[in-house]
Each structure stands twice: as C-alpha cells, then as structure tokens.
Design a protein around this ligand. Structure first.
Ligand SMILES: Cc1ncc(COP(=O)(O)O)c(C=O)c1O
Length: 401
C-alpha cells in the first residue's frame, strides 16, 4: 500500500510555471496504518472496542498521563470535560478570543458563559494579568486555556491568576501534542487536557480527539459520558462476554471513538516521535531564513520546555512592505498554501450577538499581521527555502509585486 496523502495542493512539487507547490498542511496515513484500518474493517467489529482501549493506553503512555479517554473530536473533549465539572448553568468560563471557534462553541454547548479574554502580545496565549483582571470581575467557575500553535501556555500561573483549582482548568491542547512546560508534558498539568486528531494535527487520524487526566474517577465519568451516559458501551453489551443490561446515571453525548480510528491512531503513533523532531528542525530552518527580514516577527520560543510546532506562525509588522492579505495572495499565486490562526472569536457575528463586542485590542492588532506558513513533517528543506525566498523577495519589492 502507498502512503495516502491529503493536502491543500496535491501533485508534483515543481509546477509547470516554475513555481513550487508547497501545501500548508498534509494528512499522511502510513501504509501500516492503512493496513491496520483494513484489518479492522474486515474483522466485523468497527465501533468502540478493544482497539480503542488499547489506543487509549498507548496514547496516555506517549503523553505521560495516567488516563486517556478517546472521543470523537477535541471539540467534544472540551465540552465533555466542562460538563464533568457540574457547574451551574451560565457559570462564567474564561477563554482566549484568539482561538478556534469550536472551542468556544463547546463552552456554550456545555451551558456555560464564555468570557473572551485578550492574549499576551508575545506568546498569543492567555496572560496571568488579563486572567487575574477578568477573574476579579467575573468570578469564573472554570477556564479553557489554549496552547497557541503549540507554544506551552503557563498553566500553573494562569490557574493561580484565575483563582481556580487545577481540576477546574481544561486545556485545549489541539496544537500542543508533544509540548512540555519545563520538564512537564502538556497533558499532565491540569484536570483535563483535550487533544485533536483532526487531519492536519500532529497525530493525524482524520477526525478524533482524546482527554488526558490524572483523576481515575473523572476518567470513568468521561468514558460513560462519551456514550450517552450509558454504564456499558457497545463492546460491553455485544462483545464476547457482554450483557444487554446497562443503566444511565448521568447525561451524556454521542462522542465515542471507533476501532477504525484506533487502528489508524496506534499505527500513526509509532511515527510521532520522528514527526515531532522533524517539525522542530523545520522551525529552526524557518527561523534562520526569516531572521533578517524587516518587519517579520518570528514565533516565540518557550524559555524552558518544548514547543510542539503544530503551526509556524509569524507576525508582519512595521517595516514589512506588504499587508498580510497581499502576502497570502502572492504566496498562493506562487504555489504556497498559508492560513491564519485565528480570526478572533469576538469578530464573528454569532459571538458578538451572544457576548457583545468586548474590547480586546491586542488580539485585534496582532490578527492583522498573523500568517501561518506551511508546517508539516513532510516538508523538505527546499520547500522551506522556497517559501522563505519568496517572502524575502516579496518584502523587497513591496506592494508592486
Ligand atoms: C485550538 C483548537 N481547538 C480546538 C479545535 C477543534 O478540534 P477538533 O476538530 O478535533 O474538534 C481546533 C481545530 O482545529 C483547534 O485548532
């Protein structure tokens, strides 16, 4: 079997017009993963079952967490983790505005009230100062913090600034698989950490997510809650030693993970260490090639610990002679895919209607200059050099390009 690839710009790297196709992200499913998934499809058992439980153990071990609960998405993971806190409906939950809209939808779906906060200008994560100010204003019951691009947010400081216990903090680690805060892995720092296995994430499965926790009773509650609150999942009812009886002791969601996903995930996991190393090498190469371009701010590096390099996000500012939107278009015309992480959530009509129009000036300002460059472990050195050469050339020519 050959490796299957999904990317923004498939096909040969060299294009007939002399440009080079460099995809913003790819989803490579290795031949081993494809074979493992095929075996599941042929086995007659394709939903949550023994392979899911096996994947959960392997994933928890990779992260260094006591428990992992595999679910349908990171969005579902955040909602389940918040619901498990059993907060009163409408309780305020602090979260950054510079995040994925789904993470804020999860707060709304859990019946809670998102409180959108500004971000730190340097790291694009929450800052203890903004969190402390918002906490004294709103008395939050929880916080959903985000490790932007894979930069590890300072979880203990943010938890303290919010006046919360670690169990009331949910980490959105969709970008942060493999990140460490000093010596401690993201996934072991708070009550519940939520990961994504979406097609472009560091561990790509296509769709899926997981929650890691050190709390065995939370792990058990989440396993029930991902399957309608039922005491026995399908394997427990229809598996070899199953029984038809079950009870429902809590509210729950349909957010389970399948053995097909688990087969892909377990096989992909064997490549993750190499992929993480490659991402870090590519980030180093980008840093070196972009360092001297006026008006380009490189991504921050954690003072201690490991960036997960899910994304390579640069900021364009004074001295850079194109707007962000011009650069995005000019790169696209030359074969290079880019993205923007993120449109601040308070810019969207739905959230403005729901939450009003809070003043979040740092997010508003940095958003205008944000651009995420291609980043995935299958980029070559030549790809990175091509992208950086284009940016340098476009920066010299300015708006005339
Ligand atoms: C920061 C962040 N949080 C949450 C999500 C949602 O992940 P999923 O698609 O697995 O629900 C994403 C997805 O891109 C994300 O970037």
């Amino acid at each position: 079997m050959t490796e299957s690839v999904m990317s923004g710009s498939p096909g040969p790297r060299e294009m007939s017009d002399g440009h080079r196709a460099v995809a913003f992200a790819t989803c490579r499913i290795t031949p081993e993963a494809q074979n493992a998934a095929l075996a599941v499809l042929e086995s007659g058992w394709v939903t949550t079952g023994p392979l899911t439980f096996d994947f959960e153990r392997k994933f928890a071990d990779w992260v260094g967490a006591s428990h992992a609960i595999a679910v349908s998405s990171c969005t579902a993971a955040i909602e389940l983790s918040l619901r498990a806190l059993r907060l009163r409906p409408g309780t305020p939950v602090l979260t950054p505005t510079l995040t994925f809209c789904g993470a804020v939808q999860a707060i709304v779906h859990a019946g809670l009230q998102p409180v959108l906060l500004d971000v730190d200008e340097a790291t694009l994560t929450l800052s203890p100062e903004t969190v402390a100010a918002a906490a004294s204003r709103t008395r939050p019951g929880a916080m959903v913090l985000q490790h932007h691009a894979g930069y590890p947010a300072p979880v203990p400081e943010l938890t303290e600034a919010a006046g919360l216990e670690p169990w009331a903090v949910v980490e959105d680690a969709a970008h942060a698989l493999g990140a460490t805060l000093g010596p401690q892995a993201v996934g072991t720092l708070s009550g519940a950490t939520c990961f994504s296995f979406y097609a472009t994430k560091n561990l790509p499965i296509g769709e899926g997510g997981a929650i890691t926790t050190g709390d065995p009773s939370l792990a058990e509650a989440l396993r029930e809650a991902r399957q309608h609150g039922m005491s026995h999942d399908a394997w427990g009812r229809y598996g070899p030693s199953g029984s038809w009886r079950y009870t429902v002791g809590t509210d729950g969601m349909k957010a389970n993970f399948t053995d097909v996903q688990a087969a892909l995930g377990s096989a992909q996991l064997t490549r993750l260490d190499d992929w993480q190393v490659r991402r870090a090498e590519l980030a180093d190469r980008y840093d070196r090639a972009l360092a001297d371009i006026e008006g380009v701010t490189l991504p921050p590096r954690p003072p201690a610990g490991q960036h997960a390099w899910h994304l390579y996000v640069v900021r364009l500012g004074h001295g850079f002679r194109l707007t962000r939107d011009h650069l995005v278009s000019a790169l696209a015309e030359r074969g290079v895919g880019t993205s923007v992480h993120f449109i601040p959530v308070h810019h969207f009509p739905y959230f403005r209607q729901l939450l009003g129009a809070p003043a979040l000036p740092v997010a508003d300002r940095v958003f205008r200059g944000l651009i995420s460059l291609p980043m995935h472990p299958h980029l070559t050195e030549a790809d990175v050099d091509y992208v950086c050469g284009l940016i340098a050339g476009l920066a010299r020519k300015g708006a005339r390009c």
